[in-house]
Write a protein that binds this ligand. Structure first.
Ligand code: HEM
Length: 272
């Protein structure tokens, strides 16, 4: 370096696309179990791995959204919720790739993945818990993984989108209880009603609130599309995780992370 020249931060001249993204490692992680290898098992592995990568990013984005909510910064929070919604739109479309897998082809390798199941997706359950859908009963699917249990227990006991949102509303002068319980539900509905009654007076909050609803809707759409694809591929067979399959999945389709955001619409009226 000659005198006066500034050191460059770009000294890693040999850094390549493949090194930076760890492509060799990434594309060595698909290990079909069928022998001889069934052609469609590669699709099945890659689609699930792609979901898990996106789930990782969703969790990352939602953490940041909650940071902003806790600082009473609705528009900054909305930026990250909106990104998560867009990711979920991609996830929604992705499930349909599996419709190109003929039922008889899935049967060609399904036994090999038994008893592995979507029930054991740590990150999907984390996403539900982060949204506020905290159901400890699902911990039983992780009994043989103390590290996963620790992660889920952490999610169960720490903040979630619902709690951060209500905390933010309280911090911004809205009269809302800190938690959505059967006793506090009505008070929450009344507390948030002004945001929907006069959106232009609470524009930043309105945008964030609608993005949270978009997220809830995207999750619900994913459940609906997933169960349709499952019915199409395995009919009414039981799941590899031991559930009744389609019947169980349908029972989950009406889950709502933000029930009060759906209900508040019913209460709106023109005020003079
Ligand atoms: C042919 C494709 C698929 C079939 C036949 C299928 C089947 C099932 C079944 C039957 C269940 C119920 C649990 C059980 O008993 O195992 C389930 C749950 C689940 N699956 Fe899939 N699945 C498929 C694709 C996917 C994909 C691509 C993902 C992406 C991550 C996924 C994620 C999940 C998750 C997260 C659950 C738990 C849902 C809940 O508890 O609400 N599945 N799946």
């Amino acid at each position: 370096m000659s005198g006066g020249e500034k050191p460059s931060v770009y000294t890693k001249t040999d850094l390549t696309y493949n090194d930076y993204l760890k492509v060799p490692e990434l594309i060595s992680l698909q290990k079909p179990l069928s022998q001889p290898e069934h052609h469609d098992e590669m699709l099945f592995i890659i689609i699930h791995q792609a979901y898990e990568l996106w789930f990782k990013l969703c969790l990352h984005e939602l953490e940041r959204a909650m940071d902003h909510m806790e600082k009473n910064e609705p528009l900054k929070a909305q930026h990250f919720v909106k990104r998560t919604v867009e990711i979920f739109r991609v996830l929604l479309g992705q499930i349909h790739i599996l419709e190109t897998m003929r039922p008889i082809d899935f049967l060609g390798f399904r036994d090999h993945l038994m008893p592995a199941s979507g029930f054991q997706s740590l990150q999907f359950r984390e996403l539900e818990f982060v949204a506020g859908l905290k159901e400890p009963a699902y911990l039983k699917y992780f009994q043989n993984r103390p590290d996963y249990l620790e992660r889920l227990n952490y999610r169960l006991s720490s903040r979630d989108l619902n709690a951060s949102y209500l905390k933010m509303l309280g911090g911004m002068g809205f009269s809302v209880p800190a938690q959505d319980t059967p006793e506090s539900h009505e008070a929450i509905l009344e507390g948030i009603r002004p945001i929907y009654q006069k959106p232009e007076s609470h524009l930043e909050l309105y945008l964030l609130t609608e993005s949270l609803l978009d997220l809830d809707q995207a999750l619900a759409f994913w459940r609906e599309h997933h169960v349709k694809v499952v019915e199409r591929v395995i009919g009414f067979k039981r799941g590899t995780g031991g559930s009744s399959g389609v019947e169980y999945l349908r029972s989950q389709a009406s889950k709502k992370a933000f029930p009060y955001l759906w209900e508040v619409r019913t209460l709106l009226k023109i005020e003079n």
